[in-house]
Write a protein that binds this ligand. Structure first.
Ligand code: NAP
Length: 301
């Protein structure tokens, strides 16, 4: 049995594993696919303290993984399919194994939200993408669009502007949810155009995306070969419905010690209800959750 089982290998999970191991706990981290979480998709991270020169999200994730692996070798790629968190011995089932632990830290993050426009699934990998750093290079020198007005949309637009001929940012309001610095950066780029108070209402094309229909103050067809959808994310809390306290959007409600209400069960990072979802707040959550797990395991809690 592990002292601490961490579900999710993004910044919150990696920080939790690092801190838990350094507290002397037997810590084990499970992730479905890869380590680093959503930052792996960020072309540049400019606001993580300690990096005066922008660092790529992929590099930052690699550094975090390397640092965590110095302290624990128990990092496995295995997806949690079922949980029993109420007993003193908590169990997490995957397709191949049952993991047992005294404490569990849930740091599974979120999945990109779909735009909900017709043919969105049909055009996936055929022009529709949820990750500019993953797919941007396929559209070198082409006209593309980004849907959304948050930090992801604006930073993806700035990244795509370096590769693509033109980038149209389509946002449903005339004010941005993104930080002012991200908006200003995108505004300065000559090949980025803003189409505000507008929505993408149809995806056009035969086998591959050829254009999008836009409805707003002006309704028109925009010829683009790619649409990057960046309209927020949905927490991966399916497994915890009916078990943990979730807010109406599905985020896990915790206290400031990352406690979920079930003794020995904590949540950290983007999966948790919070006001600022950033790498810096995710790693802080992970460290606090590991501290709470240590206090629980050693009887200090
Ligand atoms: P977000 O902040 O939730 O923004 C989502 C955007 O999509 C909003 O502008 C929203 O419009 C729009 N939207 C939502 N549903 C829509 C729909 N059905 N149709 C059209 N537009 C829709 O999501 P995010 O940009 O992915 O960021 C997620 C979190 O990660 C945030 O906390 C963000 O700060 C953080 N993040 C930070 C950085 C950074 O610091 N560099 C980079 C990326 C992400 P409204 O504004 O009208 O609601």
């Amino acid at each position: 049995m592990h002292d601490c089982l961490i579900l999710g290998g993004g910044p919150a999970g990696l920080a939790a594993a690092l801190y838990a191991s350094r507290y002397g706990l037997d810590a084990c981290l499970l992730d479905e696919l890869y380590l680093g979480g959503q930052i792996v998709n960020a072309a540049e991270v400019e606001n993580y303290p300690g990096y005066a020169d922008p660092v790529s999200g992929g590099d930052l994730a690699d550094y975090m993984e390397k640092q965590t692996r110095l302290h624990t070798s128990q990092i496995f790629f295995d997806a949690a399919k079922g949980v029993d968190l109420l007993s003193a011995v908590k169990t997490v089932k995957t397709s191949s194994k049952v993991y047992e632990a005294k404490t569990v830290i849930i740091a599974m993050g979120q999945n990109p939200r779909s735009l909900g426009v017709e043919r969105e699934k049909e055009f996936m990998s055929r022009g529709v993408s949820y990750c500019a750093t993953c797919d941007g290079n396929f559209f070198k020198g082409k006209d593309v669009a980004v849907a959304g007005g948050g930090n992801t949309a604006l930073s993806e637009a700035a990244f795509l502007a370096r590769i693509c001929k033109s980038v149209s940012v389509i946002h449903r309001r005339n004010e941005f949810r993104a930080a002012k610095a991200e908006v200003e950066k995108a505004r300065k780029l000559p090949n980025v155009k803003f189409i505000l108070e507008s929505q993408v209402t149809a995806l056009l094309g035969k086998d591959y995306l050829e254009g999008i229909e836009i409805s707003g103050p002006e309704s028109f067809t925009l010829p683009v070969e790619a649409l990057f959808i960046a309209v927020g994310a949905i927490p991966k809390t399916e497994l915890f419905k009916g078990l943990l306290n979730l807010d109406p959007q599905g985020f896990i409600i915790t206290d400031e010690n990352m406690e979920t209400g079930i003794p020995g069960v904590y949540a950290a990072g983007d999966i948790r209800k919070k006001s600022l979802r950033q790498v810096v707040t995710a790693v802080a959550d992970g460290a606090i959750a590991a501290h709470s797990a240590m206090e629980y395991c050693t009887g200090l809690a």
